[in-house]
Design a protein around this ligand. Structure first.
Ligand SMILES: Cc1cc2nc3c(=O)[nH]c(=O)nc-3n(C[C@H](O)[C@H](O)[C@H](O)COP(=O)(O)OP(=O)(O)OC[C@H]3O[C@@H](n4cnc5c(N)ncnc54)[C@H](O)[C@@H]3O)c2cc1C
Length: 418
């Protein structure tokens, strides 16, 4: 049976490939001119089972409330967005209790570990080129409270096998000599050796080639406006005004999934959380950081891909507005200057590639993976800040569910009808 997949980002393409591997036929519809050009384009590139916690942890309410009038806030709520966030926002806050936060963290961690295994397996087997590096993540801290918070979450995951090492300042600098000049501002670090990183957009392109080579079809420039169903059974889609028949559809349209699902009355609680990145040509900056560096105080990450250096972060509840706001870009330069000042001083601000994307954020911090309430409808979305980390795992879970096989990891926490 042919499956139509809506969305040619990390999640749609990985789902297409996982279905092809199980002998299914797939047809992917992507509204943009190429694959991986929306949120999967210039993200942080981190594959981090070590950082799986939802963003609505305890204390998120006061953080968001104070952000309304603070342009520097790492997580910012825009006043005019409050009406559109009401129902989702109430659930987002309700899920921020300590117990719910820790439960979601654990669920995400298990899926993320499974996903990393699958990512490494496919990319080795098919020789994907995506500036992969397996050098782990180094979280650095400027104050004890942030370090305690991260330690608490990490220790919670240690029982599930998370590998971590606590480092003093000497050890941080020994691991990452580029931090020598800021050693006085750091109180210590946590090192997660099993994390990896790679360029998500390059991975999407490799996946798209693998999908085509395996007999799947990807149609770009095709915007799906409507899902269709009859008597509780999916019948197809409408794309660019043309109807296409299908008994099975997977919606993997990132932040746009709720709009599309709404055309057949299916709801899914996802809202866009905007994030930014700047990518810098690092070829003349000397030795780039070996590991991904997560600066906990600013909630930003610094990663390198070959000779490119990327600084990423900030979350803004600003609806579907993808405009680049100068003050948010400046926040990223501030992070660059505070973590790697010697490199930052050599970079001209107007010689960087700035980008913004919309993370598809669920209200309880877990993605939605599985069947919808209409026969033949499947959903794979809501991965928030972890879509790259969880893509291959989510795809394999969904492909197993579609094919009637028991997934290798517990899928029940991600049921779209939960
Ligand atoms: C600044 C930033 C940094 C991040 N860093 C990381 C990181 O380090 N690690 C990590 O794991 N995750 C990270 N993420 C999150 C990750 O990028 C996302 O979770 C992931 O890209 C979501 O993939 P997706 O396929 O669901 O969405 P998308 O990549 O947005 O793909 C959805 C696709 O559907 C298409 N589409 C939408 N509507 C339609 C329609 N009607 N018809 C046809 N096509 C349609 C879109 O054009 C798009 O290509 C980051 C995100 C941001 C913004």
């Amino acid at each position: 049976m042919q499956t139509i997949i809506v969305g040619g980002g990390l999640i749609g393409l990985s789902t297409a490939h996982a279905l092809l591997e199980r002998g299914e036929e797939v047809l992917v519809f992507e509204r943009l001119d190429g694959v991986g050009q929306d949120t999967s384009f210039a993200n942080g590139g981190m594959l981090t089972p070590s950082l799986p916690e939802p963003w609505n942890g305890p204390g998120v309410f006061s953080h968001l409330a104070s952000s309304i009038f603070n342009p520097q806030a790492s997580m910012k709520l825009r006043l005019q967005q409050i009406p559109s966030l009401l129902t989702w926002g109430v659930r987002f806050l309700r899920n921020s209790s300590e117990n719910r936060f820790l439960a979601a963290t654990l669920d995400n961690h298990r899926l993320a570990r499974y996903s990393l295994e699958k990512t490494l397996e496919i990319s080795t087997r098919l020789n994907f080129q995506y500036d992969f590096s397996g050098q782990g993540t180094l979280c650095i801290f400027q104050d004890a409270a942030h370090m305690d918070d991260r330690r608490r979450v990490s220790h919670h995951l240690r029982d599930c096998g998370l590998q971590l090492q606590e480092l003093d300042v000497e050890q941080v600098v020994a691991r990452e000599p580029v931090l020598e000049s800021v050693r006085d501002q750091i109180i210590g670090g946590l090192w997660f050796p099993d994390d990896s990183r790679g360029d998500a957009h390059l991975f999407c392109r490799e996946l798209a080639s693998a999908v085509s080579a395996a007999g799947g079809e990807i149609r770009t420039g095709m915007s799906v406006s409507q899902l269709t169903c009859d008597n509780g059974q999916i019948t197809g889609i409408v794309a660019n005004g043309e109807s296409f028949v299908a008994d099975r559809i997977v919606v993997a349209a990132g932040s746009y999934s709720p709009n599309l699902l709404g055309t057949i009355g299916q709801s899914v609680s996802v809202k866009p959380a905007k994030g930014y990145s700047i990518t810098i040509d690092g070829s003349s900056l000397g030795e780039l950081p070996k590991s991904a560096i997560a600066d906990d105080s600013s909630h930003a990450v610094i990663t390198s891909f070959g000779e490119r250096l990327r600084i990423c972060g900030t979350a803004e509840f600003a609806g579907f507005d993808k405009r680049l706001r100068p003050e948010r870009i400046n926040n990223l330069f501030d992070v660059f200057e505070s973590v790697l000042p010697e490199m930052a001083v050599r970079v001209e601000r107007d010689h960087v590639d700035a980008w913004a994307g919309l993370r598809p954020m669920s209200d309880d911090g877990r993605p939605f993976i599985g069947a919808g309430s209409v026969k033949g409808l499947f959903i794979n979305t809501g991965h928030g800040a972890l879509g790259w980390t969880m893509a291959m795992g989510s795809a394999n879970v969904l492909a197993d569910l579609i094919c009637g096989t028991m997934p290798d990891t517990d899928h029940s926490p991600f049921d779209p009808l939960r």
